[in-house]
Design a protein. Structure first.
Length: 366
């Protein structure tokens, strides 16, 4: 089944440009990393001298930056996902899949540092250049995870197959790097090999249980409003329709989402918490009031919406209890049916996880 997020975005040229340049950048980054490893093992033949490897490696790195610039520019211009300019340099602040988008930001920052130090190698010194270049071993896996976690088509055979080829190429080159010069630094080589094997197994398990699952868009941190739009687009294209029936009550579900704070010039602050559940539900909590000196907000007003993923605003109401990350709220729909919501949240930067409980309120029509 085609995912709803793919249905809504794949109709725009900007989406195609973003995904295409991201995939090309990953392939080029993989080639650059493999060539960099070949340089470290001093690979050379009569037909392929070492200076050719060095030259291609340098040019590929610059080409990666060129494609990434287009990749980032088209993502910012695309109105579908609220990426935001700050997320270019500051990781994990985007309202759209903040963790996975943030990993891409970190990878880009590392790649930028690698390129700048290479261009200024004669000025920064070999020791500094070499220390920074160790970041290449972190830049590439972050880029791979970013592509799988943020992309709307990770299950597409072409994308999955290409990613697998890139991983296989780097694994083979890294294995060659570890055995080259054996047994010098044997302990360090064995430790690095074991850590790499564990990381590869963990990444494979995460891919199978995360991006390859049908509910990944919600769990990855896609804003509920975008999920609702995607469900509507899927219905218009003949795909599975949006979920408009609320699960049986009482309901307890794991939730993921995002938290954003906005402050006005008058000192008022507004905190918005939005997310989705592992059951097909969505919620949004907006708490407004004076900003507190140590962070946070003193609630003077609030608004809460809740409903099935296809109708996230079916119920609306207000916060009735606020105790740190624990929130209770009362919401009603147009028929007068009333629910009591209890959210137990864990806040980690711009992301939130936790549980949501929804139950019919005493005396309601539910």
């Amino acid at each position: 089944m085609t995912s709803a997020s793919t249905v809504i975005t794949s109709t725009t040229p900007l989406w195609y440009a973003t995904r295409a340049t991201g995939v090309v950048a990953l392939v080029l980054l993989t080639m650059s990393l493999v060539l960099g490893i070949l340089i470290t093992v001093r690979f050379a033949t009569e037909r392929w001298p070492r200076f050719v490897t060095i030259g291609i490696h340098r040019n590929l790195s610059l080409l990666v930056l060129a494609f990434l610039s287009v990749h980032i520019g088209t993502a910012l211009l695309d109105s579908y996902a609220p990426v935001g300019w700050f997320s270019l340099v500051i990781p994990f602040v985007s309202a759209y899949r903040p963790l996975w988008l943030g990993l891409g930001t970190v990878a880009f920052d590392l790649l930028l540092a690698l390129t700048v130090t290479s261009l200024l190698r004669s000025r920064v010194g070999h020791r500094t250049w070499r220390a920074v270049h160790w970041a290449a071993y972190a830049c590439w896996p972050l880029a791979v995870v970013h592509g799988l976690g943020t992309g709307t088509d990770p299950k597409a055979p072409a994308i999955l197959g290409l990613t697998a080829v890139c991983v296989a190429a780097v694994v083979a080159a890294a294995a060659w790097r570890l055995v080259s010069g054996w047994p010098v630094h044997r302990g360090l080589r064995l430790t690095a090999g074991a850590a790499s094997a564990v990381a590869l197994i963990a990444a494979t398990a995460w891919t199978a249980s995360g991006p390859l699952k049908s509910d990944w868009a919600a769990r990855a941190g896609t804003p509920p409003a975008l999920l609702a739009r995607a469900n509507g687009a899927a219905t218009a294209n003949g795909a599975a329709g949006p979920v408009t029936a609320l699960p049986a009550l009482p309901l307890t579900t794991n939730i993921t989402g995002s938290i954003n704070t906005a402050t006005t010039a008058s000192g008022q602050s507004s905190v918005t918490i939005a997310g989705t559940g592992s059951s097909p539900v969505a919620f949004q909590v907006v708490i407004s009031g004076p900003a507190l000196p140590g962070g946070g907000v003193q609630m003077s007003s609030s608004r809460v919406t809740f409903g099935p993923s296809g109708q996230p605003g079916r119920y609306s109401g207000a916060v009735t209890g606020l105790n740190g990350p624990d929130i209770t709220a009362s919401v009603t729909d147009q028929t007068g049916a009333a629910l009591r919501l209890t959210l137990n949240l864990t806040i980690n930067g711009p992301s939130v996880t936790g549980t949501l409980n929804a139950a019919a309120r005493s005396g309601s029509n539910e």
